[in-house]
Design a protein around this ligand. Structure first.
Ligand SMILES: [Zn+2]
Length: 144
């Protein structure tokens, strides 16, 4: 899903949370909102490592071209994994979830990440692209 949609839907989600729990501090609401799209930072790292180019523009271009290639492969029935995205793994979600026992701010980051990941999953399901994501860090390590 495009970052702009994550930002828009993340903001909407944060406002809904604020509506139902207006007592939540601005810091925690900000963490919730920011984590709902900054989790995609791993996409930027992945493109930087692949291409050696670290501008945001080239990262967007990389993912635009990659998106077209992926759609072509899916249409041909080719089932390949996409780049590995660490922040999108179940293990990373669990670690952030566990950290919320030490500082409640991590709980809001965790909620933002889960919201983001659910949107990603719905988006991939809709495109028939769910197989492309490696959800488990340990699977990725094992296959290397
Ligand atoms: Zn994502």
């Amino acid at each position: 899903m495009f970052p702009r949609w994550h930002i828009i839907l993340g903001l909407a989600f944060t406002l809904v949370i604020f509506y139902f729990s207006p007592g939540i501090s601005l810091l925690f609401l900000s963490l919730l909102f920011l984590s709902s799209f900054l989790i995609d930072f791993d996409h930027y790292v992945a493109s930087g490592l692949k291409t050696g180019k670290w501008s945001l523009k080239s990262s967007f271009e990389y993912h635009r071209i990659k998106g077209i290639e992926e759609m072509k492969e899916i249409a041909r029935g080719i089932k390949k994994k996409s780049d590995f995205h660490l922040f999108h793994t179940i293990e990373f979600h669990i670690i952030v979830g566990l950290l919320s026992f030490f500082w409640i701010g991590f709980f809001y980051i965790f909620i933002g990440m889960v919201f983001h990941s659910l949107l990603d999953i719905l988006y991939m399901l809709n495109l028939g692209a769910l197989h492309r994501r490696e959800f488990l860090f340990f699977n990725w390590i094992r296959k290397r």
